[in-house]
Design a protein around this ligand. Sequence first.
Ligand code: EPU
Length: 429
Amino acid sequence: MSVPDHDPAAPPDRLIVRGGSTLEGTIRIGGAKNSVLKLMAATLLAPGEYNLRNVPRITDVDLMSDLLRATGCSVSRSDDSLVISVPDEIEPVAPYEIVEQFRASIVVMGPMLARCGEARVALPGGDDFGPRPIDMHVRGLTELGAEFDTAHGYVHARASNLLGARVLLEFPSVGATENLLMASVRAKGTTMIDNAAREPEIADLCELLNKMGAQIVGAGSSTITIEGVDSAEALHAADHTVIGDRIEAATYLAAVGITGGEITVKGARHEHMVMLCQKLGEMGMRISPDADGIWALVPRRLSSADCSTLPYPGLATDFKPFLVSLLATTEGVGIVTENLFSGRFRYVDELRRMGADIRTDSHHAVVRGVPRLSGAPVRSHDIRAGAALVIAGMAAEGETVVADAGHIARGYDDIAAKLNGIGADIRPG
Ligand code: EPU
């Protein structure tokens, strides 16, 4: 097993945000974290050289690169492309030292199982917002014929022959849908995933898999049908351009909602975030699709609105921290309901330290907008919470010091430089 070799330029541990500026100009989003990590996992399905383009420079991509290297692949970057060379034989093991650092690593299980007939994956760690089990992954793969046991902190999956089956997911889990997709492309016969996740990142994964020779229809809908290809030779390497990161786009749209101004988020696709744009419009933002992105104008303080998270195409749970920061500054009261992750309100305590008026009760938050937040030292607990604190700091009086900002770099390629490019004042500290 090779040893992780990243950390060329460690991300800053603190970001200092000076509030008060208005945002103006064009900001470009990178490739979607939640797509590229799965595309990288998919390469394990067939040997050859893959070229992924529009790959963001984020820590999670470095971690997934380390994971692929640990299986025997070589991974190198050139500008925004990642070249992955997958050998004829891979070692189907995802070691604890890497897996504990990011939960998305669980998606190597499906392709390893399909390619090697077994997978040994350390039980995942990941974000600090509540329990995130893998029972639906295990149940779905079991229906395809896999057998599981857990020992010494590892899940060991085995299947000498995967057989196509009809799998009904209890909940449209993104990760379970992805693992099932990648396993079933090599299963004998037809697999049908019902109540599948519909996220644009799932459709992106299916597009790469089909380029590799898979036969998948229905991606982006709740029923995905996969006709298994039963010989290893039927799958081959392919090139692919990663879709834009809708969650990064949402961060910048919420930021302009907080500071006021006029921005274009280049690379964002309106059709991937219709519900969010609708919600921001309801709050008073002028927002519309542009030739190559989304344009937004915030002429005055926005009004509050209620927000409730749901699987795609509903309002994404990943947008919620930004919406809570935004509602902390808008006029009126907004009730925010979290329906996906039980513990995803931890950052609210940090926002309160900045003068936000927020009460939480179980999976609800009542957010009363205040005219001005007040800069304070705060701590980032996960990627999105960290970004939400940065944008809240942009509306605050004085300086906000965001500690543990390394979390943000897991999903954002230099958020400070990008936001500074449209008028923010953020520096490493
Ligand atoms: N769940 C189970 N059992 C399972 C799988 C999921 O109970 O076997 C539960 C989870 O605990 C959670 C819900 O189902 O309550 C949804 O989980 P899902 O599997 O859909 O999420 P995920 O695949 O673990 C991805 C994103 C998250 C995003 C969620 C929901 C990646 C790498 N992560 O996670 O993104 O919040 O979907 O859309 O794709 C982020 O980018 O910061 C992030 C956390």
